[in-house]
Ligand binder design. Structure first.
Ligand SMILES: [Zn+2]
Length: 355
């Protein structure tokens, strides 16, 4: 990316945004780069797409074609990155039949504020920030386009609890974590924690990792297999401190999320296609009873669970000889086991699905 060019583009974009972007969009020539949305998508995402290519085409005088004798080197313009920002619980009534069970999933509600309202407010701010940098953003409702492909997908939520003292944010990758999703998670986590100063609630549930829109095996309206993805619960709508933060500092939240996405897009290795594919694991059983599940990948990490002969562990990530995963049937126990203490079985690996 050439910084000067982006500065100019940002300036132009502000001018475009100052007018009615939707109308201006109709006037500019079609972008050179076609959106990579699946043609079979039955749900049209709400799109705020103003691509740098479209703006450049709109404002740049058309260069005269080169003389036929010259052989200019081809100057391929790299496609701008595409990012999907999903507004959790937005338009759930429109969910397709395959997701009908989530049509009534309207999310958290507290003190006259619905989760979808908060999610939409933040998501729109994130979209504007990313678009100002030339990133193509799809602002997506609960229904994703079929096999949704993007350079990154973030689904935005706010939590609810019966305990008004529960607070802080949570983040998780899909159940099967690609290296790219993991990297997106780590950059988002670092930027969000530093940018908002909110505490982190580490109690990730299997339902979060099994979020329906991550589950491309089971649903057509889900991310594509290669789309890096993260779910974020920005904080608790049911906690007065977090709720006040949503209300009073939405730009701080949005800026932090945008910073995490931007950093991922800058730092990722575009040539590493393997990073986009999640490794497949099989169900494991402990080689001997007494094997332990730890909160961190370390023998000194807090012990969350001690295996019996019947225990089955479902890994979703390996790191330095440790598996991160969940104990089957103990869906709240997500932790780490020493890989050498466990062996693969040929039992089927279920995929949880949740909202
Ligand atoms: Zn939610």
């Amino acid at each position: 990316m050439v910084p000067q060019r982006w500065l100019i583009l940002c300036g132009v974009m502000l001018l475009v945004l100052a007018g009615c972007s939707r109308q201006n969009e109709a006037l500019v020539p079609a972008p050179l780069i076609q959106p990579r949305l699946a043609a079979s998508a039955t749900a049209t995402p709400e799109r705020l797409t103003i691509t740098p290519a479209a703006i450049a085409t709109a404002v740049a005088p058309t260069a005269a074609p080169p003389p036929a004798t010259s052989t200019p080197a081809p100057t391929a313009t790299p496609a701008p990155p595409r990012v999907g920002i999903q507004v959790g619980h937005w338009k759930t009534a429109d969910l397709p039949d395959e997701l009908a069970r989530f049509r009534t999933s309207t999310g958290a509600y507290s003190d006259g504020t619905s989760e979808a309202e908060v999610n939409l407010d933040i998501a729109q701010r994130v979209a504007l920030l990313l678009e100002a940098e030339g990133i193509v953003v799809d602002l997506l409702p609960a229904t994703l386009p079929v096999n949704y492909q993007a350079d990154a997908f973030i689904t935005i939520h706010a939590d609810g609890s019966t305990s008004s003292s529960a607070r802080g944010f949570k983040m998780a990758t899909p159940w099967r974590t690609s290296a790219a999703s993991q990297q997106l998670y780590e950059t988002l986590l670092a930027e969000y924690a530093a940018g908002t100063g909110l505490p982190q609630d580490g109690a990730i549930t299997v339902n979060m990792r099994g979020y329906y829109a991550f589950n491309w095996r089971r649903h057509r309206h889900a991310i594509a297999k290669t789309t890096p993805a993260v779910i974020i619960e920005m904080g608790y709508l049911t906690n007065s401190t977090d709720r006040a933060f949503f209300r009073d500092q939405p730009d701080r939240i949005a800026t932090s999320i945008a910073a995490g996405v931007r950093r991922y897009l800058t730092e990722r290795d575009l040539n590493d296609k393997d990073a986009l594919i999640a490794r497949e694991f099989t169900i494991h059983r402990a080689k001997s009873a007494g094997a332990t599940v730890h909160a961190t990948p370390s023998d000194s990490g807090r012990v969350l669970f001690t295996a019996s002969d019947d225990t089955r562990f479902m890994p979703f990530r390996e790191q330095n000889g440790w598996y991160e995963g969940v104990v089957r049937g103990e869906w709240r126990v997500i932790g780490w086991v020493r890989a050498e203490q466990w062996e693969a079985t040929d039992e089927p690996f279920p995929t949880p699905t949740g909202q």
